[in-house]
Design a protein around this ligand. Structure first.
Ligand code: NAD
Length: 295
C-alpha cells in the first residue's frame, strides 16, 4: 500500500517521420537513404538552389539504380515522394527526429539547433551529423540535452554502411536506443561511442593518414603507396585516393582537430603534405584535383 511501482522500461521511440536540416552532400544523401528505406523525410535548407541540389543528389542515385535494373520507376517515384523539400520549419513540427547537417561551423550549428528546438515537438529527438565538433559543446544550445546526440553518417551516405551514434554526457538511453533503431531502419549499422575528438572512425583513420604523410616526407611516391595498398595488400583504395574522396579540406580540418585533441599522440606535422595540397586549393574529387586529377 502506498508503495510506488517500479517504472517499466519505456518502449523505444519509433521514428515514422524525420527531418534533415541542410540539403548539401550529406543532407541530400541522408534524405535519399531515409526515403528509400521507407521513412518520409522533410529536407530543409535556407535557399532553393540548395534544395534543388539535394533532390538532384537523391534522383541521381535512384537513376543509377534504375539504369542497372535494380529498381523500378514506381519505387523511384515513391522514394522521391517521400522527400519533402522546404525552406520553412512548418513541416518539421511533427517529425520524430531531426538530423542537423548544415555547414561545419559551431556558431551556425548552435543557432540552427536553437531554432530547431523552438520549432519541434517536446519529445522529438535532435541529432547532429557533425564530423568534428564536440557533441557536449553543441548540447549547450539545447534546452533538453537528454534528447540530443550525434548521428554521424559517412560520405557517400547511400554506400557507407556505418553510422556513429555519439552519446553526450546528458544524452538519455532512450534517445540512443531510438537513434540506433532509426539507423537500422535506414539500413545502416550503428556503433555507440562517447564524445571525443574524432569520435571512433577518425581516431583510427587519421593516425593512418599521418603515417602516410610521414612516408611522403621521407620521399615515398604517393602512387606507389596507393598501388601497394590496393594491388598487393588488397584494400579497395590507398591513402592518397581515399584522402581525395574524403576531401583534402575536410581532412586538413580534421587533422587540426585531432592534433588539438591529442597533442602528444597526433602532434601537428611540419610540412604536412595534405596541408600543402589544401593550401594550393587542391581539395580532391570535389573540385577535380587533389593528389590525382579528375575529369
Ligand atoms: P555542404 O556544404 O555540402 O551542405 C551544407 C548545407 O547546409 C548547404 O546546402 C547550406 O545551404 C545548408 N545550410 C547552411 N545554413 C543552414 C541553415 N541555417 N539551415 C538549413 N540549412 C543550412 O556540407 P556537407 O558536406 O553536406 O556537410 C554537412 C555536415 O555533415 C557538416 O557538419 C559536416 O561536417 C558533416 N559531414 C560531412 C561529410 C562529408 O564528407 N562531406 C561526412 C560526414 C559528416
Amino acid at each position: 500500500k502506498g508503495k510506488a511501482k517500479k517504472a517499466g522500461k519505456m518502449a523505444t521511440k519509433k521514428v515514422e517521420r524525420a527531418a534533415v536540416l541542410g540539403a548539401g552532400i550529406m543532407g541530400g544523401g541522408i534524405a535519399y537513404q531515409s526515403a528509400y528505406k521507407g521513412t518520409p523525410i522533410v529536407m530543409k535548407d535556407i535557399n532553393n538552389a540548395a534544395l534543388d541540389l539535394g533532390l538532384t543528389t537523391a534522383a541521381g542515385i535512384l537513376t543509377k539504380l534504375v539504369d542497372k535494373g535494380r529498381l523500378n520507376a514506381k519505387k523511384m517515384a515513391h522514394t522521391l515522394n517521400n522527400i519533402t523539400p522546404t525552406l520553412s520549419y512548418d513541416s518539421v513540427k511533427d517529425v520524430d527526429i531531426i538530423v542537423e547537417a548544415v555547414v561545419e561551423n559551431p556558431k551556425v550549428k548552435a543557432a540552427v539547433l536553437k531554432e530547431v528546438e523552438a520549432n519541434v515537438s517536446d519529445d522529438a529527438i535532435i541529432t547532429s551529423n557533425t564530423s568534428t565538433i564536440s557533441i557536449d559543446l553543441l548540447a549547450e544550445s539545447i534546452a533538453k540535452p537528454e534528447r540530443f546526440c550525434g548521428m554521424h553518417f559517412f560520405n557517400p551516405v547511400n554506400k557507407m554502411p556505418l553510422v556513429e551514434v555519439i552519446r553526450g554526457k546528458d544524452t538519455s538511453d532512450d534517445t540512443v536506443a531510438a537513434v540506433v533503431a532509426y539507423a537500422a531502419k535506414m539500413g545502416k549499422s550503428a556503433i555507440v561511442v562517447n564524445d571525443c575528438p574524432g569520435f571512433y572512425i577518425n581516431r583510427v583513420l587519421f593516425p593512418y593518414f599521418a603515417g602516410f604523410s610521414q612516408l611522403l616526407l621521407e620521399g615515398a611516391d604517393f602512387t606507389a603507396v596507393d598501388k601497394i595498398m590496393e594491388k598487393q595488400f588488397g584494400w579497395p583504395m590507398g591513402p592518397a585516393y581515399l584522402l581525395d574522396v574524403v576531401g583534402l579540406d575536410t581532412a586538413d580540418h580534421c587533422t587540426d582537430v585531432m592534433a588539438n585533441g591529442f597533442p602528444t599522440r597526433m602532434p601537428k606535422q611540419e610540412n604536412d603534405p595534405v596541408k600543402a595540397l589544401y593550401n594550393d586549393n587542391r581539395f580532391g574529387q570535389k573540385n577535380g584535383v587533389g593528389f590525382y586529377e579528375y575529369s
